[in-house]
Design a protein around this ligand. Structure first.
Ligand SMILES: [Zn+2]
Length: 223
């Protein structure tokens, strides 16, 4: 705790004073361009990996970057999504999983979470991911299986978030773009899902102007 307290002191006495004008502007309101959904894992820092600052990302974090389908949970996820989309008018939603995710590992190996009933209960919202992986990737094991599960899981959350009315409305109007990312702790690299190629590719090779409907098939958006 000591280093956190000294960090607070350093922020207040140095950083905040030095950037006073910037922080003054933030007082009047926020206008983040993106909702960034990721895992609570301490090694994943949305602002760091996107080199963004205060006011730029509206962040939703939980164990395993899970977005329950609309109506499936009374947690804060739905409210956070609705606020980001309807009130703040974010233009992009990034759902970012990560390599070595403990939550996804526990999803694949439920015995690891047996002593944590609340974690087990929360991971039930990721049953679709577990079943997709179990039934389609039985030949994979270890780290390979975990990477596959992390990727599939992000895509399932992309599907889930489209069940939220606020998101569906903006998608239909073409006012929102969804992005499926996986951050790699080992390299600092990010893979992003390409709707054109239907696979994850290095982020710098993705066409970021791709419309939301190309991220993943969405029957609501077919003309
Ligand atoms: Zn994680």
């Amino acid at each position: 705790m000591e280093h956190l307290l000294s960090g607070v002191h350093q922020f207040q006495s140095q950083v905040f004073q030095r950037e006073r004008d910037f922080f003054d502007k933030l007082v009047s309101g926020q206008s983040p361009s993106a909702l960034f959904v990721t895992c609570s894992d301490s090694r994943v820092d949305p602002n760091l990996i996107t080199q963004s600052g205060p006011g730029e990302l509206f962040v939703l974090r939980n164990a395993g970057n899970i977005i329950p389908p609309y109506g499936a949970s009374n947690g804060g996820e739905s409210a956070t999504i609705e606020y980001a989309v309807a009130a703040l008018g974010v233009r992009d939603i990034v759902i970012c999983g990560h390599s070595g995710c403990g939550a996804i590992n526990a999803l694949l190996h439920p015995e690891k979470a047996r002593s944590m009933p609340l974690v087990t209960n929360w991971l039930n919202h990721a049953e679709t991911t577990r079943r997709i992986v179990a039934e389609n990737y039985s030949d994979s094991t270890g780290d390979d299986l975990l990477e596959i599960a992390v990727q599939e899981h992000v895509l399932v959350q992309i599907e889930n978030i489209q069940t939220h009315p606020s998101v569906a409305v903006k998608l239909q109007r073409g006012e929102l773009t969804l992005h499926a990312w996986v951050y790699h702790l080992e390299t600092g690299g990010i893979l992003a899902y390409s709707g054109d190629d239907r696979c994850f590719e290095p982020l710098n090779k993705i066409d970021h102007t791709a419309a939301a409907q190309r991220v993943i098939d969405n029957p609501m958006l077919r003309k």
